[in-house]
Unconditional design. Sequence first.
Length: 331
Amino acid sequence: MADVARMAGVSHQTVSRVINEMPNIRPETRAKVLEAISVLGYRPNRAARALVTRRSSTIGIISTETGLYGPNSIQRTVEESARQAGYFAGSVSLQTVTEDGLTGAIEHLLRQSVEGIVLIAAQYAALDLIGRQDFGVPFLVVDADVERADLAVGVDQHRGAYEATRHLLGLGHTRIAHVRGPVQWTEAEARRQGWEDAIREAGHEPGRLYLGDWTARSGYAAGRELLADRDSTAVFLANDQMSVGLLRAANEAGLVVPNDLSVVGFDDSPESEYLTPPLTTVRQNFHEVGRRAIAVLDAAITGRPDATPRVIEPEIILRSSTAALPRAGST
């Protein structure tokens, strides 16, 4: 820092103020300091800075099921937003959510003097655990039922499923099946409830319900069962990966999507646009999830007032995997 100060022709304290983004620094002075930092390749010593500011500027991220598109995308956007906000992010990934595993991950992060923790695990077991304890730092849950946690940011899963089902109803389908996600996931239950609410609101009984586990394999198995039942003209699946498996099952059965069966997924994963046929699906704005999560957590850490909306609206993306139900007698 002394070298930077000499090159820029300013005091040591001025360099410190620029690095810490403090106000009342003249633009030309700030420019000289930043240029000297760039030329010298200076990197602030985080440990020394923490001793002075009494802040680690570090947050912890706990993630699970990182092999899935949704959780992986959320982790990436949270980390990116944290860096942009001036935080260093330390991550712990868990294969499954257990009380011992989650408690161990939290304790590991607290030993790193994190100022806050982000949990990317929309599962009932995780929410029940954090609801019973005070960890001494702000604890934010991403993409869960925002009513179940003190600090939470998430996409309106119920609304996304509701609108997807309404789209199928608008095309004339009344026998709409659903392939849900695992019962321990809050997202899966919210999507199931949105499907059921839309159908009941329209005056119909919910169609067949099949259990999946987010994987294409489970979508394929559910598809084979659904097609054997021959009771549905449309199906809403709780994620795009399961839709991949169901589309294969339909193809093997000699059915043409959407002529014989309309299909809607959830997530708008990168592959969904290139399936055969391209998949109608519900898009989640993961970039906005990450941005708002860090905005809410930063406000909690610094004690600033915060009016960031906690719930993010999804968007239905219409492609060619859905079509109007053919009228009786039509060809």
